[in-house]
Design a binder for this molecule. Structure first.
Ligand SMILES: [Zn+2]
Length: 139
């Protein structure tokens, strides 16, 4: 491949300002994003950890309220509610300042369950589902 075809761009980490050579980048914005993904600074590492927590929370939401619920014989919740739960998890997994912390969010889905998202001390988001089933017989 001729050297002219290689599009080498320097990307700048938005957290520390360090630049890195990022090849095959389509745009400066993409190069900056890749630089942040590769950077070992505190801010970039924190953001990667936050994204990992958000991704894992999303998977857990799908397991407990989405497609995975049916495997346990539970009803799935609607797509709009799943989207809302994912957004809530992203808010909770954010790198927040003191006074801007969400400890838990509860959403009641009528006739289905209560969804509970709670922040753990490690900064993860715990996903819980609460259902109350009562079966009574009287003679
Ligand atoms: Zn950095």
């Amino acid at each position: 491949m001729p050297e002219d075809d290689v599009n080498i761009i320097r990307g700048t980490c938005r957290y520390c300002g360090q630049t890195q050579i990022v090849s095959f980048s389509a745009s400066q914005e993409e190069a900056d994003e890749r630089a942040a993904q590769k950077c070992d600074c505190v801010g970039a590492t924190r953001e990667r950890n936050r994204q990992r927590r958000v991704e894992q929370a999303g998977k857990n939401i799908d397991r407990i309220f989405g497609a995975g619920a049916a495997e346990y014989g539970q009803r799935t919740v609607g797509g709009r509610i799943l989207d809302y739960l994912r957004e809530a998890a992203e808010l909770m997994a954010g790198d927040v300042c003191a006074g801007d912390i969400i400890s838990d969010i509860r959403i009641t889905v009528p006739d289905v369950c209560v969804a509970i998202l709670s922040a753990t001390s490690k900064g993860n988001v715990k996903i819980s589902r609460r259902e109350t089933r009562v079966r009574s017989l009287e003679s």
